[in-house]
Ligand binder design. Sequence first.
Ligand SMILES: *Cc1c(COP(=O)(O)O)cnc(C)c1O
Length: 463
Amino acid sequence: MANPFRSLPSVSQLLESPPLKRLSETLNQQVVVDSVREFLDGVRDRMGKASESIEVPSPTELANRIAAWFHSERRDLLVPVINGTGVLLHTGLGRAPLAPSAIQRIQEIASGYSSLELDLHSGERGQRAKIVERILRELTGCEAAAVANNNAAATMLALSSVAAGKEVIVSRGQLIEIGGSYRLPEVMECAGCKLREVGTTNKTHLADYEQAINENTGAILRVHPSNFQVVGFTETPALVELVELAHRHELPLIDDVGSGALIDFAEIGLLDEPVVGESIKKGADLVLFSGDKLVGGPQSGIAIGKKVYIERILKNPLMRAMRVDKLTLAGLQTTLGLYHKREDALREIPILNMLTTPLANLQFRANKFIGQIQYLTGIKSAEAVQEQSMLGGGSLPTQRISTWCASIQPSTLTLDQFSQKLREHDPAVMGRISQGRFLLDFRTIPPRLDAALAGAFETLFVS
Ligand SMILES: *Cc1c(COP(=O)(O)O)cnc(C)c1O
């Protein structure tokens, strides 16, 4: 019997066919060659396993199939997700969604030229940091501001600008790791500073800091332990005490507050979140926070504080490598502007709006959704349950917020298969599995997506 594989056209023959030739015109030749090989391997594999001989398609037909397969394999990897996890600042899902007015501003700035580094009053060269400086001064009482790509960058810039080659004193209780890749000791090393740890994990006294100060000390750094809490027998000096100590030794006090609460969240039931303006008021020389956590703006790291230190940051060559673009500034400027009126911020900034949505609203929507999906064949049972949402993003770990979820049992699929189907749907849906149930938390789902969510279930789980 003749070798059936012989009837397959060669890779080079296929590459000469019009559909694949067209692919090679715009794409890397090697990538196309590899794909053709992979497809042919698949065909040979199937021919080898088949009990009867398989008819080999003509070279033209084969080339068309390969081109079609190539396009179908290329899926966008960044797609919208309906977040039913209940984690409000989910780093894996992009943290804070933006306010509609911020999005509109980004669109306007993106579609044309803008005054990014031009002072329209004088007609002279301006500084992009000035764009948000005024509003940050109004909101926090700081003297000046700089904006970098994220808080990790802001921390590195601050350390490198005020304490390069020197020791920076940090309490052992604050040597944090956030999301795996952000570890304070490593950030410190990259910034060219020497970490000087003081105290113990649960207790650090003011005297521990004082004893560590010497002629090589460059700064004292305080870090808000955003994603864990040391409870019980603990002690850490108050910010005012640290400021007083630092200033007595002519050192700057850097305060990394993490989430950047611009309003007092205690009023909406979240305790222990340092308010940015309070740190400035208590005398911190530099205060650092993320723009895309509780602020609710685009990914960025904001450094505010005394003019002398901000100027050093702005002159640091690293600033050029870590500065934000016009789109980020457009979104950040508009988001910060909403804080001029507390009620505007709470209504328009999605993260604040989600945090303050009344329970009755969530319960109503969870029940409505259950009414829409409970009789689908793929659903065994569904009920509304009261649960807890989490803030996430390294913020307020121990803070949980009451919520309502749809709790679902699939009829035949396992919970893992069920969640995978939802993840791979367009739009993708993410929930969480807890105690043998699949939960969808309505606090993190914007009401405008309720219909799309029910639609996803109707498509996926009707027999
Ligand atoms: C989240 C966080 C960071 C890192 O901020 P990014 O904006 O993710 O770089 C640093 N410090 C603290 C205290 C944080 O909570």
